[in-house]
Design a protein around this ligand. Structure first.
Ligand code: SF4
Length: 386
């Protein structure tokens, strides 16, 4: 049996403290521990974008009380976001300073190249070194829907351990997945990643979660829960039930379950009636984004999370300018080719598409590109100088 605990309704720090107390029975006085939070994007604290700072405080207090040998808090943000600034805007940096704990950008710990055993999509990955130097890694994600992966929880959160631009690797795999009915390249890529950095514990922050166009453009949901488990997969499978999904709705979790041969009946949740706190989260895919905003058209060929975030923010803040305007096509991603640049008004977006410049195509530079600059480039119909 694998146990999952759900706390609901208290102060976030206390819920997090109780959550980790329920599952951590080791003596940490001889252990180094990393709290791998989720600060992939820069934005306001406690808004569903990043891990709640008070959840981090509750975990820090638990490990300080237990006289943990060495405790770190850290993450590395998506390409183009300053990781330290993201930790600061999330309020986590300040909490660490108040509690006397080291908070860091994982990329600054150096790089280790990891070979993937029995690889499916990738045989090697460049990873930040610190998680591999720790005795225990605790994945502390915020609960969010995700346009491409379905959800981002304690398993997907570990993608932040990929080193610098290697974070884009799993979005840019040049081979067909083994079974497209079961998952896309990204889903199988997450399974590969988990072979080298499966977390030792999971504490999922659902105090303020995110629904809709997550992981960056969704809407906050005040669910008021914190989940914990010694097993990240069991924690994630329980979290998606709280988000109103069926246990088999998320491809990367299905693939992980298949690999592990984990039966749902082997997961025991406390309290047993935890679904009284569930809520049906609004889901969103790239398909929904295009249905909601048909113009400009988007061609996405292997763009990474940072370009996806720019795309969502562009539509969120500028879509009304183009609803009745001339048709345009935005081309994203390093795998885009000349065949993707059809139509009257083509705008190449992001440095990865620079190779396609010419033939009257406008180019919006940036890695990632800035949403307002995408709008300015469409309006100008040509490449802008600044
Ligand atoms: S240009 Fe876009 S897709 Fe390419 S690496 Fe930068 S953010 Fe990612």
């Amino acid at each position: 049996m694998t146990d999952v605990y759900v706390q609901q309704g208290g102060a976030p720090a206390q819920m997090a403290y109780d959550a980790i107390s329920s599952v951590f029975s080791e003596d940490p006085s001889a252990l180094s521990v990393l709290l791998k939070v989720n600060t992939g994007f820069q934005g306001p604290a406690a808004s569903g974008l990043c891990t709640h700072p008070e959840v981090v405080r509750g975990l820090i207090r638990f490990f300080k009380e237990k006289r943990t040998k060495k405790l770190y808090v850290g993450d590395s943000s998506i390409v183009g976001v300053d990781s330290t600034e993201a930790l600061k805007s999330a309020g986590i940096w300040a909490v660490c300073q108040e509690e006397g704990v080291e908070c860091l950008n994982l990329d600054e710990s150096g790089m280790t190249e990891q070979e993937i055993p029995d690889p499916i999509m990738v045989s090697r990955l460049k990873m930040s070194r610190l998680p591999f130097q720790m005795d225990r890694v605790i994945s502390v994600p915020v609960m969010k829907t995700h346009m491409y992966a379905g959800v981002t929880l304690s398993i997907k959160n570990m993608k932040g351990c990929l080193f610098q631009k290697d974070k884009t690797r799993l979005h840019r795999i040049h081979q067909a997945p083994p079974d497209l009915r079961k998952g896309k390249c990204l889903d199988y890529g997450i399974v590969d990643l988990m072979k080298v950095c499966y977390p030792d514990y999971a504490v999922i922050d659902g105090v303020v979660a995110m629904e809709g166009f997550g992981p960056s453009g969704g809407t906050p949901v005040e669910l008021g829960v914190v989940l914990s488990s010694r097993d990240a997969l069991a924690a994630d499978l329980t979290a998606i039930r709280l988000m109103g999904m069926a246990a088999d709705d998320v491809p990367h979790l299905n693939l992980m379950r298949e690999q592990r041969d984990l039966a749902l009946s082997d997961i025991r949740v406390f309290p047993a009636d935890y679904l009284k706190w569930s809520r049906r989260f609004q889901l969103a895919s790239e398909h929904d984004l295009h249905l909601s905003y048909p113009n400009p058209k988007v061609v996405d060929r292997g763009a990474c999370s940072a370009c996806h975030a720019a795309m969502v923010q562009f539509f969120r803040y500028h879509h009304q300018e183009y609803e009745n305007g001339p048709e345009a096509t935005l081309v994203f991603g390093a795998d885009a080719g000349p065949e993707d640049c059809r139509g009257e008004r083509v705008v190449l977006v992001g440095n990865c598409t620079a190779k396609l410049r010419g033939e009257g195509r406008a180019f919006c530079k940036g890695c990632p590109p800035v949403p307002s600059q995408i709008a300015r480039t469409i309006n100008a119909g040509t490449t802008l100088d600044d």
